[in-house]
Design a protein around this ligand. Structure first.
Ligand code: F6R
Length: 606
């Protein structure tokens, strides 16, 4: 996936930009490019394909610059051609970009009406044109950047050169990471610590919504409100850069914050952003599939359960989901015309692997949704659907979970279209909704302070109940699992409708009840469950959205209000609050968040 490097130096940058781009190859890419300021003006060199193609271009036409930006592009908006490669230029502005701009079509129309023309199909060129437009109205570079950022809707990280400014790179991040590297008389910008690793190990991680102006001596960082916001400069060991914790105390905290980018990269792999169609690689014939059998363990099983809700609802395709350790020993009835999907972050979980092999031995075609693409599962299936959230280090799975759900959501849309359950206009609408998820996940993560306050209360509890209906039921299971495994508080997730069939006996003043209820078709029922709990003195932690807050039963303790969203992506948007809740409860209790007792990241024995 896309990588960014920027250097404001005093020595030639060409070779160093290439060196850095090579280090970013691990993210995957299909074109690359660099730009630098030569005699006061920006020049670009770009090539489709591998970095060696770009090197060949540079041999023929070197870039003699001391200020430059570079990019490896993994195509989202527009084919992987030289024309669509970054950097993209509009007027005085040249920029590189990771992420997706959701409202790029509207912005492009607005700019076209101002007489501007576009040469690529990318959303990136639209950002460049917007900044240039703002410069044209007399704003200074930073003012033009901020004015443009205020108009963008989406998740992004950018690096910007401006014609005539030969000691300046601008940058900004929202949903995608960006770091500033502090060198010796030179400064750097990178999409991660690895990008700037060859030049410096002194790094500042930009926070969500930050933007920055870098010259060869210093960086001026501003927060989302435009206030100066110096970020701490840390020393990062080069070998650890890929798995560095950044500004976070724990990998789990970092990985929760990684989710907008992880989901954006994953979603981009399973939708065509130009045609707004879902595109599951691997040639599975969803139209003629009789069934899907999902096998998995733990959090991956819960992601599979969410997949069942999504796929059956949208595509009318039956899905069975089963805990792999049960499935493998109980001689389940299988059909050779069904597809087995193994869900696994590690791709090595012994029970999931055994369940997968069990299905394969009975002639079933197989797929896996996996993070580790070199894993045993990835090697043994017919079709691999990787998640693209990067390595997950914290033992408690977070970003792999939302990336898995992202794949299954795209799959549900693809299957719905293949089976004639949605027309192409509805498919496009759903894809647009899905593309908007990373931004909303970032907004949901912004609820951190509200969640922290709740966590102080919950950390005193002995038992916690999580309730939800529809897709919020699997999320209730996940909330309970997260809390149990890292804070050691006993927790149970229940379908809210089951309350009266037993768990209501647990309700008392001491047991917090976390109710997950966005304002969807289940809301009324969830709200009456909430009233039942409150009538018995239960302490409700209500996780909802603004509409849900408006319609909440009187007396509800509305605590966490996630952004309003389409039901399609509610599981993605509501995941962060429950992950953060478990995280802050564990921190409050002083638990070893990243390595909870008795647990292993990869369970390779049954
Ligand atoms: C929970 C967790 C585990 C894993 C489970 C499956 O936070 O991480 O429940 O989800 O062990 O692991 P994978 O996905 O690697 O098969």
């Amino acid at each position: 996936m896309c990588g960014i490097i920027g250097i404001v130096g005093v020595h030639s940058v060409q070779e160093r930009l290439i060196d850095s781009l090579k280090r970013l190859e691990y993210r995957g890419y299909d074109s690359a490019g660099v730009a630098g300021i030569v005699d006061g003006h920006v020049q670009r060199r770009r090539a489709a394909g591998k970095i060696r193609a770009l090197e060949a271009v540079l041999v023929a036409d070197p870039l003699n610059a001391t200020v430059g930006i570079g990019h490896t592009r993994w195509a989202t908006h527009g084919a992987p051609t030289t024309r669509n490669a970054h950097p993209q230029t509009a007027g005085r502005v040249t920029l590189v970009h990771n992420g997706i701009i959701e409202n790029y079509a509207d912005l492009r129309d607005m700019l076209k009406a101002e007489g501007r023309t576009f040469e690529s199909e990318t959303d990136t060129e639209v950002i460049a044109a917007l900044i240039d437009f703002e410069l044209g109205s007399g704003k200074p570079p930073l003012g033009a950047l901020k004015a443009a950022l205020d108009q963008l809707r989406g998740a992004y990280a950018i690096g910007v050169l401006i014609d005539g400014e030969d000691d300046l790179i601008l940058g900004a991040r929202k949903g995608s990471p960006l770091v500033v590297g502090y060198g010796d008389g030179e400064m750097f910008l990178g999409s991660d610590a690895l990008a700037v690793g060859p030049f410096t190990n002194r790094i500042a991680y930009l926070e969500e919504g930050d933007y920055v102006a870098i010259d060869h001596k210093s960086a001026k960082i501003f927060d989302r409100n435009g206030a100066a916001a110096p970020r701490p400069v840390r020393t990062v060991a080069a070998s650890a850069a890929l798995v560095d914790k950044g500004n976070y105390r724990h990998f789990m905290e970092k990985e929760i914050h990684d989710q907008p980018e992880g989901c954006q990269r994953t979603i981009a792999a399973y939708v065509d952003t130009l045609t707004e169609r879902a595109a599951m690689p691997g040639g599975v014939d969803f139209a003629n599939l009789s069934r899907i059998q999902i096998v998995a363990c733990g959090t991956s099983y819960i992601a599979g359960l969410l997949g069942k809700y999504l796929i059956e609802h949208l595509a009318d395709l039956p899905v069975d989901v089963e805990i792999a350790s049960e499935f493998r020993y109980r001689q389940p009835a299988l059909r050779a015309d069904a597809l087995v999907i193994a869900m696994s972050q590690s791709g090595e979980t012994a029970d999931t692997l055994a369940a997968l092999r069990y299905c394969q031995a009975r002639g079933m075609p197989s797929a896996c949704v996996v993070n580790a693409i070199e894993s045993t599962m990835a090697r043994e299936v017919d079709v691999v659907w990787p998640i693209h959230c990067g390595p997950e280090i914290g033992v408690a799975s977070t970003k792999a979970f939302t990336a898995q759900i992202s794949v299954l959501t795209a799959l549900a849309v693809a299957a719905a279209r293949a089976r004639g359950r949605v027309d192409s206009a509805e498919e496009q609408r759903l894809v647009r909704v899905l593309l908007g998820a990373p931004r909303l996940i970032a907004e949901s993560i912004d609820l951190e302070d509200a969640v922290k306050a709740v966590a102080v209360e919950i950390s005193k509890a002995r038992d916690v109940l999580y309730l939800g209906r529809g897709p919020m039921y699997p999320l209730a299971l996940e909330g309970a699992l997260k809390l149990k495994e890292i804070s050691y508080i006993h927790a149970e997730g229940y379908a809210a409708g089951e309350l009266k069939h037993g768990p209501i006996a647990l309700v008392d003043e001491q047991t917090p009840i976390v109710i997950l209820a966005p304002f969807d078709s289940y809301f009324e029922k969830s709200a009456s469950n909430m009233s039942e709990v409150m009538a018995r003195g239960g302490q409700v932690v209500f996780i909802t959205d603004p509409e849900g807050q408006r319609h909440a039963p009187a007396g509800a303790r509305v605590v966490v209000t996630a952004p309003q969203c389409d039901p399609l992506i509610a599981p993605l948007v509501m995941a962060a609050p429950i992950q953060l809740l478990a995280y802050y409860v564990a921190v409050q209790k002083g638990a070893d968040v990243d390595q909870p007792r008795n647990l292993a990241k990869s369970v390779t024995v049954e």
